[in-house]
Design a protein around this ligand. Sequence first.
Ligand SMILES: N[C@@H](Cc1ccc(O)c(I)c1)C(=O)O
Length: 307
Amino acid sequence: MFAELLPFWTKHWYHVVICIVSCYFLKLFYVSIKGIVFTENNRNSNNVEQLEDEETFFDDEEPALPKDLEHIPYKYERPSETELYSRASEFYKIVAARRTIRFFSSDPVPKQVIREIIKAAGTIIFCYIRKNMLYNLSLIGTTPSGAHTEPWTFVVVSNKNVKEQIRRIVENEEEINYKKRMGAKWTADLLPLRTNWIKEYLTTAPYLILVFKQIYGILPNGKKKVHYYNEMSTCIACGILITAIQYAGLVTLVSTPLNCGAGIRNLLRRPPNEKLLVLLPVGYPAKDATVPDLQRKSLSDIQVEID
Ligand SMILES: N[C@@H](Cc1ccc(O)c(I)c1)C(=O)O
């Protein structure tokens, strides 16, 4: 059979060689691109213990939840229809008073208040620094999540020095964002809000809450655990967080620092499975705080009823 194919090889050998050489260069190209992307994602990460993708893989045998998970009766007291309406209206009044605040008082807020707020949202990591070491303390919370994986981490920063470093990272990137990355249309659209790259609130607010989504979890055996709907679950947790801040009587601002994710993650020594979603300064508003005079869409603009 090989002898039969001999005329083919002798005629087309150079095609085969070209094919092999092309595959080799294609692989070289892939490896170098992967290297660039990986290095870019892990810049400034010297202090972080790396969990590289090659070292962890999904453990399919491990179920997300125990197979024999017990189901227990749900304790519920049905409110009257009058009570339903009055509670819904009362809640609406509380959340309707919420505004995005960019001017904060530096007055201290008891840490216990912040802990209660974050308990309402999800797992919290309280960071504190002693003798140049960063320590974490964790609690658990209420938000629903895909397969109950609770794919979030809330880092609460009150340390002056860490807040200053975060501000430096954010302002450096935001200056580039405003001057180059966002483009003329975007900056023009933001002009009425009077925002710019100078973020004083990052150092005046007593707390910065940094919300990370965990794109996968790590099992005790070091393998990856699937975190279903991790972004959606963490966004829901952020909604509960903002509402809890408002209900407690404090103010916040949802800031989304473009291009700051890796820098802040490394500064806070968070692992590579955690990606920064939003950053919320939390505290009292400054006495002379102002807000843009905005109107919200009406119910008929946002709701469609199908009976
Ligand atoms: N993140 C930037 C820019 C910004 C600000 C407000 C806003 O509604 C939008 I869209 C973008 C900043 O915080 O300045």
